[in-house]
Structure formats: C-alpha cells, structure tokens
Write a protein that binds this ligand. Structure first.
Ligand SMILES: [Zn+2]
Length: 139
C-alpha cells in the first residue's frame, strides 16, 4: 500500500495519508507531501494513484481558502478591482485586492478568495463577475 495518495476530483487536488486516512486539500500539504494529522513529511515518490473521493462543500471551501487554484481562473497573486458593486456591498467599485484562491462553479464561473488592500490578511469570497483584473503587479 502506498504511504500516501495524490489525486484530483473535479479539478480539486488532494492528498491522502494512508497511515491515518486523512485527506487534505491544502496546496502546501500536497506540494510537500505533508500530513498535518501525523505531522510527517512523506518520502517523495512513494506513490501516486488516482482514487475518487467524494467531495463535500467544506472541502471546496478548504481548497478555496488555502491557496487552491482552479484551472482557467485568474491566477493567485493577480491584482484585481471590485466591479458591479451593489450599494450596500462592503467594498465598492475600484477597491483593489489580490487573488488568493479560486474554485470553479457552474456555468464557467469561478469563486475567488481575495484579500482587499484595506483589510490585509482577511480572505473574502467573491464571484468572478464582481472582479476585474488590474494592469499592475502585486507589490
Ligand atoms: Zn496521517
């Protein structure tokens, strides 16, 4: 049996530790072959296998809020601005932010986790139609 498995379900990458059975969608766990429950880094190359695991809503949110990037989405780190705001939205047109994560939803839309400049460190979930890409670099 593999020490760990890495796979992808509906575009969401995951890693499963076969010692404890825990599945993580955290991109850092996947990159470093890390199990946050066992607190171990698995040895590289011990196994890659495609297994279908059922995803629940919380798994998508976990992915979105931990640096996940959907294929075809605006890449993480891209500078964006708020557009098409409603009058009672917390942020209004022109407020600037940085993309921190994305997942794809129905009808080729994406949900993004963005960090607005006026509330650093806080990730806010926003639909793709409410942000526009800025022509500037993060910095
Ligand atoms: Zn484990």
């Amino acid at each position: 049996m593999n020490v760990y498995d890495i796979g992808e379900t509906k575009g969401i990458k995951w890693i499963r530790c076969n010692a404890c059975g825990r599945i993580s969608y955290n991109v850092n766990d996947i990159e470093h072959k890390y199990c946050g429950h066992c607190h171990v880094f698995h040895e590289a190359g011990t196994g890659t296998r495609s297994v279908v695991v059922p995803l629940e809503a919380k798994d998508y949110i976990d992915y979105l809020m931990n640096g996940g990037q959907a294929e075809g989405a605006i890449p993480n780190g891209t500078r964006v601005e708020k557009v098409k705001s409603d009058p009672d939205d917390g942020h209004q047109d022109g407020d600037t932010a940085t993309v921190r994560g994305s997942i794809s939803t129905f009808e080729n839309r994406y949900l993004y986790a963005v960090e607005f400049d006026d509330v650093p460190g806080v990730k806010i979930v926003i639909i793709s139609s409410r942000i526009g890409v800025l022509n500037e670099q993060e910095g």
